[in-house]
Design a protein around this ligand. Structure first.
Ligand code: PLP
Length: 386
C-alpha cells in the first residue's frame, strides 16, 4: 500500500474488479471455449466473445470480426508482419516507420525486410521529441506499401498526428498500422474515424491482465491475409492433404487462447468505460501539468520532449546521475520509476544519451505521490552530488 508506482507505461496495476473476474472464471466456470456443449463451456465462450464486442466498442470498430485477440501489441504487430507483409511485400517496396518507435514496431519490420527484400525507411524525429513531417514527399512515395507509427510515444508522451499520417499513406496507396499500446489506456480511440488499417494494443497497460491484447484490422484485410499460426480452432476442415480456414477473426486464433485473460480484459474495459475515457485523460492531464511544475523545481533536471499537450509520461535526467542509480535510490524510498532505454534505443541514439529516467502516470496516481517523487529525486541528487 505504501508503494508509489510510476511505471505505468510499462504495465499498470489491476483493479479489484479485474482480479475478481479472473478468480470467478477459475473458481466457477473454468473450461475451454468454442467446443464444449456443456453449460460452463458455453458460459466461458459467451464471456470470451463478449469481450470481443466490448473491445470493438471501446476503440469504435464497427465490426467485432475486426478484433483478433493476441498476447499483446508485440504479437499483434508480428501477426501483421507475417500474414499481411509476407503476402504483400517484395523487393523494391518500402516500409515506412519513425525514429520514435518502440522495438516492437521496428524488429518485426527489419525481419520482414530480410525475408522479403523490401527496404525500411524512417521518418526522423526532432530533438524535442516530435516527428519531423516537414518533407513528406521524401518519405511517402509510390514505393511505400506500409506505414507503421506509434500513436503516443512511450518515451516522450508525444501524441503523433496519426490522422495526417493515414492521409499521406493512403494517398500513396499504402496501408497504415498504428501502435496503440500507449494511447488506448489513456485516451478515447476511434479507429473508424482514424481510418487506419491495423491498430495494435495490450491489455496489461490498461488495467487488464498480462498475456492479452488485440489487433484491430479492417475485415477485408483479415479475409485476404493468410493465417499466422496453424492449429486447432483456426480451421474449418482438415484432410490429410490440405485444410481450409475458419471465418475471421477465429482464423487468427489458433489453439486454446488466453481465455481467463481475455475475460479479464473485458472487466478492465468495463472499468474504464464506466469512468469514461475523457475523465481518464483529464485526471492524467492534471497529474502531468502538476508534475512538470514540480520537477522544474529540481536544479539540473532536464525533461526530454517537454510540452504541455502530450501524454502523462516524463523522461528526464538529472545532472550527471546515472538513471539506474537514481531509480535504485528512489526504490529504497518506495517509489518505482523506470530507468533505461525504454525499448527505444534509436531515440536514445538521437538524444545522445545511454538512458533516461521515466515517470509515467495513470488514473490512480496522486499529486502527493508527485511531491514524494520530487523530494526523492532531490534527496538522491544530494547523495550523489553532495
Ligand atoms: N509499443 C509501445 C509504444 C509500448 O510502449 C510497448 C510496451 O512498452 C509495446 C509496443 C509492446 O507492448 P507489449 O510488451 O505489451 O507487447
Amino acid at each position: 500500500p505504501e508503494l508509489i508506482f510510476l511505471d505505468n507505461a510499462s504495465t499498470t496495476q489491476k483493479p479489484q474488479a479485474v482480479i475478481d473476474t479472473l478468480r470467478d472464471y477459475y473458481e466457477n466456470y473454468n473450461s475451454n471455449i468454442h467446443r464444449g456443449i456443456y453449460r460452463i463451456a458455453e458460459e466461458a465462450t459467451a464471456a470470451y466473445e463478449s469481450t470481443r464486442n466490448k473491445t470493438a466498442s471501446f476503440i469504435h470498430a464497427e465490426d467485432s470480426r475486426s478484433i483478433v485477440f493476441t498476447r499483446g501489441t508485440t504479437e499483434s504487430i508480428n501477426l501483421v508482419a507475417y500474414s499481411w507483409g509476407g503476402k504483400n511485400l517484395k523487393a523494391g517496396d518500402e516500409i515506412l516507420i519513425t525514429e520514435m518507435e518502440h522495438h516492437s514496431n521496428i524488429i518485426p519490420w527489419q525481419l520482414l525486410c530480410e525475408r522479403s527484400g523490401a527496404a525500411l525507411k524512417y521518418i526522423p524525429i526532432t530533438k524535442d521529441g516530435k516527428l519531423d513531417l516537414s518533407e513528406p514527399d521524401k518519405y511517402f512515395t509510390d514505393k511505400t506499401k506500409l506505414v507503421c507509427v506509434i500513436h503516443q510515444s512511450n518515451v516522450f508522451g508525444t501524441v503523433n498526428p496519426v490522422e495526417e499520417i493515414v492521409c499521406l499513406a493512403h494517398n500513396c496507396d499504402a496501408k497504415v498500422l498504428v501502435d496503440g499500446a500507449q494511447i488506448a489506456p489513456h485516451h478515447a480511440v476511434d479507429v473508424t474515424r482514424l481510418d487506419c488499417d491495423f491498430f495494435a494494443f495490450s491489455g496489461h497497460k490498461m488495467l487488464g491482465p498480462t498475456g492479452v491484447g488485440a489487433l484491430y484490422a479492417k475485415p477485408e484485410l483479415l479475409e485476404e491475409m493468410d493465417p499466422f499460426l496453424g492449429g486447432g480452432e483456426m480451421i474449418r476442415t482438415v484432410s490429410m492433404e490440405s485444410s481450409t480456414w475458419n471465418d475471421i477473426p477465429w482464423k487468427f486464433e489458433a489453439g486454446t487462447p488466453n481465455i481467463a485473460q481475455v475475460i479479464g480484459l473485458g472487466a478492465a474495459i468495463d472499468y474504464l468505460s464506466e469512468l469514461g475515457m475523457e475523465n481518464v485523460s483529464a485526471i492524467e492531464k492534471e497529474l502531468h501539468d502538476y508534475a512538470r511544475v514540480k520537477l522544474a523545481e529540481i536544479s539540473g533536471l532536464k525533461i526530454y520532449g517537454d510540452r504541455e499537450d502530450k501524454g502523462a509520461v516524463i523522461s528526464f535526467n538529472v545532472g550527471n546521475v546515472h538513471s539506474h542509480d537514481l531509480a535504485h535510490i528512489l526504490d529504497t524510498f518506495g517509489i518505482a520509476i523506470r530507468a533505461g532505454h525504454h525499448c527505444a534505443q534509436p531515440i536514445m541514439q538521437k538524444l545522445g544519451v545511454p538512458a533516461t529516467n521515466r515517470a509515467s502516470f495513470y488514473l490512480y496516481n496522486t499529486k502527493e505521490e508527485i511531491d514524494r517523487l520530487t523530494e526523492g529525486i532531490m534527496k538522491a541528487v544530494e547523495m550523489f552530488e553532495g
